[in-house]
Design a protein around this ligand. Structure first.
Ligand code: NAP
Ligand code: MG
Length: 496
């Protein structure tokens, strides 16, 4: 295999990285000195031993973030424009380190280097650039009073940072998820503790380094690497004002419980089982390519993966054959091989989970295309299409978080909508059609936070993203994200 990058760079980059945690502007070991290995999922070999933070480290990080939030601390006294410029600079620095970030994401998560370079890293930079502008625009309002004498009472609102934010992120888009969390929290003037996923801590550590270079003051951004216990300690911490979490619905529920002690604010971005509706009048080339991308992009490790495919009867065979053909042509391999279009799953655990769902689909009577392990080293699974599926199958109901789509035909617009909405989740959904009326009616009736029409997996820092139903609370990105990171204060003055 010829690598997409110079081989010596791989070792050099990993060696140069900090494996310590960032607390109060210093790179520190875990209080008890423990470390854990992060693996390359393509080779199953350790990449680096990283500090294993736990409750005590979470506590140190919270103390640093609290001190940095003090009214007289530099972050709070800084003009809003200066704060915005720091975030803009961080966006620039991410682009200057495009190759290194893409390499780290590919090594640590498994995703193709070219994908990380074209998607994860530029989107993370754009997020910081976009959010930097909001630092100066978190405006309150002057509000005409209703039942009071307007000549006597002046009412206005201020929008103020919530305070110390714990931000817990998953492994599927490590850098991008860090950006989605940190960008708005910092733009709004909060201080943060980021807890990256145990599988993929490396890009967050480089981001921390660059944030300090960009001018983020000590204690404003802290990074605690480690396992779920570190996340749990942050979620339960009495001096944390807000917790933002992206990950499984199961852990989302635990976060809500943990947060109830001091009733800290909670926002959640959880799982999905997103329906994709293809009507017979769609541009079929576009629908086939879009539907394959919906499920196979990023090894299917996307919270919005289009994992339930509903195709109108007359074109069902043709669309499924087209997607199967795309699945066949996907080159599964090491993310650093330029030929690779799909990398390994992130871990042994995720491999077992995904192959377990494929087995359950088979046991429940579905017909399986693909589904096999690829090679004998690394967590590679072939792209998989299940046909002959029923609503009640586990593989159709539960989030698989792998490259596995369950397809079924439908007869009419009126039939497909209840079926598409028959899920506890509501994160993403999509519709392929040339009929604008049908597109709009379907988009209106799908119960999901994002509906894509004739496309899939397209994101923009300006557009709100989040879940209906059990897919979450609150929105990421756009103006809407500031509902998570700002309090509203009313100031009422008696002018008389
Ligand atoms: P997860 O356990 O929900 O992990 C997400 C983050 O939460 C990680 O940083 C994790 O730390 C941390 N965490 C774990 N237990 C915690 C607790 N009790 N309190 C606070 N934080 C905690 O997800 P996973 O185990 O990596 O993946 C399991 C499934 O979740 C996947 O198969 C997929 O279905 C779903 N998932 C969804 C998304 C999404 O974007 N919605 C992303 C990833 C996974 P550790 O890494 O140390 O465990
Ligand atoms: Mg890893």
């Amino acid at each position: 295999m010829t690598l997409a990058v110079d081989e010596s760079r791989v070792g050099e980059l990993v060696k140069s990285l900090s494996r310590k945690m960032l607390i109060n502007g210093e790179w520190v070991d875990a209080a008890d000195g423990r470390t854990f290995d992060t693996l390359n999922p393509a080779t199953e070999e350790p990449l680096a031993a990283v500090a294993q933070g736990d409750k005590e480290d979470a506590d140190r990080a919270v103390r640093a973030a609290r001190a940095a939030f003090d009214e007289n601390a530099p972050w709070r006294r800084m003009p809003h424009g200066a704060r915005g410029r720091i975030l803009h600079r961080l966006g620039d620095l991410i682009l200057e380190h495009l190759d290194d970030f893409a390499l780290l994401e590919s090594l640590d998560n498994g995703k193709p280097y070219a994908v990380a370079k074209a998607a994860d890293v530029p989107l993370a930079a754009d997020l910081f650039h976009y959010m930097s502008g909001w630092a100066t625009k978190t405006e309150g309002a002057t509000i005409p009073v209703s039942g009071l004498d307007p000549a006597q009472y002046l009412g206005f609102t201020l929008r103020e940072p919530v305070g110390v934010c714990a931000q817990i992120i998953p492994w599927n888009f490590p850098l991008l998820m860090a950006a989605w969390k940190l960008g708005p929290a910092l733009a709004a003037g909060n201080t943060t503790i980021l807890k990256p996923a145990e599988q993929t801590p490396l890009s967050a550590l480089l981001l921390g380094e660059l944030a300090m270079q960009a001018g983020v003051p000590a204690g404003v951004l802290n990074i605690v690497t480690g396992f779920g216990e570190a996340g749990a300690a942050l979620a339960a911490h009495p001096d944390v004002d807000k917790v933002a979490f992206t990950g499984s619905t199961e852990v989302g529920r635990e976060i809500v419980q943990a947060a109830s002690g001091n009733l800290k604010k909670v926002s959640l971005e959880l799982g999905g089982k997103s329906p994709n509706v293809v009507y017979a009048d769609a541009d079929l080339d576009k629908a086939i390519a879009g539907s394959a991308h919906a499920i196979f992009f990023n090894q299917g490790e996307c919270c919005v993966a289009g994992s339930r495919l509903y195709v109108e009867e007359p074109v069902y065979e043709e669309v499924v054959a087209g997607i199967t053909e795309q699945a066949r042509s996907i080159k599964v391999g090491d993310g650093l091989d330029p030929e690779t279009s799909m990398g390994p799953l992130v871990s042994q655990e995720q491999f077992d989970r995904v192959t377990g769902y494929i087995r359950s689909g088979r046991d429940d009577g579905a017909t399986i295309f693909g589904g096999d392990r690829v090679g004998d080293r690394g967590y590679f699974v072939a792209p998989t299409v299940l046909t002959g599926t029923r609503e009640d199958m586990t593989a159709v109901r539960e989030e698989i978080f792998g490259p596995v789509v369950a397809a079924a035909p439908f007869h009419a617009e009126t039939d497909v909508l209840p079926t598409a909405n028959n899920t506890n989740y509501g994160l993403g959904a999509g519709v392929f059609t040339r009929d604008i009326g049908k597109a709009y009616r379907t988009a209106r009736r799908l119960r999901a936070g994002t509906v894509w029409v004739n496309t899939w997996n397209v994101f923009d820092a300006s557009l709100p993203f989040g879940g209906y139903k059990e897919s979450g609370w609150g929105r990421e990105m756009g103006a809407a994200v500031f509902n998570n990171y700002l309090e509203t204060k009313t100031v009422l003055t008696d002018l008389g």
